[in-house]
Ligand binder design. Structure first.
Ligand code: 2IT
Length: 446
């Protein structure tokens, strides 16, 4: 594989799609050496076929706001690769959404889903609709309008969307309701559903719980454990909540949360009351974290306009969005003695940050491995829907733990360097890639 040539061709064909080109560049560089030991990959142009989505749907989403004005947004679904199972991946509703972001997320999803051990292909979708400041009625009307287009492209064996930033239980409910009405069936397309209509236990917690299980494995590899560790996290949404809940339960101290407006420092660690407050704050749709510090003014301090990475910690867990942890943040973390980085957001660290962690020999778990518990439990939701039964929380949680252990083991198998250092990024990319590439080889040129 001539990686740089392929990347140059891609950037000429898709100018300005920086996040997409970043995600592709990372994976291709990771797999290059292994790829070149498999002449059949080159002969079948596996890389060239893998980096382009199978297809992309773009559609108009008109809806009426509370003041009676007509609003128009753009909706997307990127069906990236279904070599190992139906297309699977979340929907993101955020003002920043564009094709580059959804293509990067869809591309990452291919390898993440392959790592889960379950049969799921990669996809992503969403809209530039911003839930910020919207009423419940506006969100319902938007979700319904979005689904009147999307429903034609999805199905329980075709493409199964779920949530992502801006799409939680409430939005999935509205989307699923409209799908069911239009398709005249109730087979469970969409995951992250409510418990009254086919949802899985532990799905809301899954991304965060899975991330903590993976992190515990990273520590165990060094003969280390979670109790007493100071964890800095960013974000204050569903993923940050799940991480805080499980990490605290296992004896770690979560000392920060953050939002677009700044971060909150909690030197003694989040209490259960503070953790329970996170979903409440998120549900206000204001997308600011400052009120957290007002609510818990004795124990928490708000630092406006800054990121949590300046707070000394043992473990850094970015839980917000792509490229939120940059080179200079990584240098600060390293200088302050961070010992592990577990990326929970998709592509949360920039290439410079990843390079900085590698230079300091700080183990860095990439999002596609660390956060795969979310989509893994989505896969378990699909299994339960197909069997028309519900597993208990204990059953789902134990399967989630098994899956996260398997992902950690795959990273170690494919990412251990001669001196024993585990390059989790290379390990995750190679392990995920090999499964998909083999499936593509066996199924012919499509
Ligand atoms: O980034 C992700 O893996 C998700 N947003 C969850 C996808 C899913 O299908 O559950």
């Amino acid at each position: 594989m001539k990686t740089n040539e392929l990347l140059a061709q891609l950037s000429a064909r898709h100018p300005g799609e920086t996040e997409y080109l970043q995600a592709v560049g990372e994976v291709l560089h990771s797999v290059e050496a292994v790829y070149n030991r498999h002449p059949e990959f080159e002969a079948l142009a596996i890389a060239e076929r893998l980096v382009e989505p199978d297809r992309i749907f773009t559609f108009k989403v008109p809806w009426v706001d509370d003041r009676g004005r007509v609003q128009v947004n753009t909706g997307y679904r990127v069906q990236f690769n279904n070599a190992i199972g139906p297309y699977k991946g979340g929907l993101r509703f955020h003002a920043s959404v564009n094709l580059s972001i959804l293509k990067f997320l869809g591309f990452e999803q291919i390898f993440k889903n392959a790592l889960t051990t379950l049969p799921m292909g990669g996809a992503k979708g969403g809209s530039d609709f911003s839930p910020k400041g919207k009423s419940d009625g506006e969100i319902m009307r938007f979700c319904q309008a979005f689904m009147t287009e999307l429903w034609r492209y999805i199905g329980p064996e075709t493409d199964v969307p779920a949530g992502d930033i801006g799409v939680g239980g409430r939005e999935i409910g509205y989307l699923y309701g409209m799908y069911r009405k239009l398709a005249h069936e109730n087979t469970g397309v969409l995951t992250g559903k409510g418990m009254t209509y086919g949802g899985s236990r532990i799905r809301p917690e899954a991304t965060g719980f899975g991330a903590v299980y993976f992190t515990a494995q990273m520590l165990a590899d060094k003969g280390d454990t979670l109790p007493g560790k100071r964890i800095a996290i960013s974000g204050f949404g569903n993923v940050a909540w799940g991480v805080a809940l499980k990490a605290t339960e296992l004896g770690a101290k979560v000392i920060t949360v953050s939002g677009p407006d700044g971060y909150v420092s909690v030197p003694d660690g989040l209490t259960r009351e503070m953790i329970d407050y996170l979903p409440e704050l998120r549900a206000t749709n204001n997308d600011v974290v400052a009120p957290f510090a007002e609510e818990f003014s004795g124990a928490a301090t708000f630092v406006a306009g800054r990121k949590p990475w300046e707070v000394p910690c043992d473990i850094a867990m970015p839980c917000a969005t792509q490229n939120e942890l940059e080179g200079n943040d990584a240098e600060t973390l390293a200088a302050n003695g961070v010992r592990y980085v577990a990326e929970v957001s998709n592509m949360g660290c920039t290439p410079e940050a990843i390079e900085t962690f590698a230079r300091h020999r700080i183990p860095y778990g990439p999002g596609k491995a660390v956060n795969a518990g979310g989509v893994a439990v989505s896969g378990l939701e699909m299994s339960q829907n197909a069997m028309k039964l519900n597993w208990t929380s204990a059953e789902v949680d134990s399967r989630l733990q098994e899956i996260m252990h398997a992902i950690h083991a795959a990273c170690v198998e494919y990412g251990t360097e001669p001196d024993g250092f585990i390059n989790y990024m290379n390990g995750a990319n190679i392990a995920g890639f090999m499964k998909v590439a083999r499936a593509m080889v066996e199924q012919g040129v499509l």
